[in-house]
Design a protein around this ligand. Structure first.
Ligand code: AMP
Length: 230
């Protein structure tokens, strides 16, 4: 019998900032054994290194606007060529504009990859509460939340004892600008996903624990699409 080519899954986690994409991407990475690609994390790595990309990105990210399509497309294109992406990958925070979505579709079409979009639906008041309470470990990246997932000791990472930090763009005015950028440039992609006949699942992400949301995501993908191994 001829061998079937293994299916390659491009799982796009879609939703406003603070909808839980990063946390879900990490949980899905453990479950599926495919890498989590976060353009926000990639840009923050460049900022930390202080290189030219980082310098350019920092100025834009401080305001809550989006960095250029050209810059993020180049970062993602490079990342997707790495060996660990051969079986699939989880995209978190990309695509965020129509230009990015079209570029991604073009790359993936030539490689025959199945794109599946999971849209995490959350109301904006919960998002503001979540983001203003968010704290992150600068060493291992673990995310905490003062109301839903506080660290055991105030201000300190449970795993490595590092002092937790507030992301520069998690202040309320910047959060509002990020939500605005989402409304103007990113939310309309739902139409694009529909127009192009992509598999799109809307999952209610309000008021559930991260583990319960993970099960919700996996059930919706498995139940409605027949996707295997999720
Ligand atoms: P995130 O961690 O995904 O919330 O991203 C933080 C910030 O990085 C955003 O507010 C943007 O300024 C920038 N960023 C991340 N991903 C993208 C993207 N795909 N396109 C443009 N800007 C991005």
């Amino acid at each position: 019998m001829p061998q079937r080519a293994p299916s390659v899954l491009a799982l796009i986690l879609f939703g406003p900032p603070g909808s839980g994409k990063g946390t879900q991407a990490n949980l899905l990475m453990e479950r599926l054994g495919i890498p989590h690609i976060s353009t926000g994390d990639m840009l923050r790595d460049h900022i930390e290194k202080g290189d030219a990309i980082g310098e350019q990105a920092a100025t834009v990210m401080r305001t809550g606007s989006l960095v250029s399509d050209e810059m993020v497309n180049a970062l993602v294109k490079q990342r997707l060529t790495e060996a660990d992406c051969a079986r699939g990958f989880i995209l978190d925070g990309y695509p965020r504009t129509r230009q990015q979505a079209e570029t991604l579709t073009r790359w993936l079409a030539t490689d025959g990859v199945a794109q599946v979009v999971v849209h995490l639906v959350v109301d904006y008041n919960s998002i503001i509460k979540r983001l203003t309470g968010r704290r992150q470990c600068p060493q291992c990246g673990t995310l905490y939340n003062l109301s839903s997932r506080p660290p055991k000791a105030v201000g300190v990472c449970d795993l490595d004892g590092a002092r937790l930090v507030i992301r520069n763009d998690d202040s309320e005015p910047v959060i509002r600008e990020r939500l605005d950028a989402y409304d103007r440039q990113t939310r309309p992609l739902i139409e694009y996903f529909r127009e192009t006949g992509m598999r799109l699942y809307q999952v209610d992400a309000s008021g559930v624990t991260p583990r319960a949301l993970l099960e919700r995501i996996c059930e919706s993908i498995n139940g409605q699409s027949g996707a295997r191994g999720v």
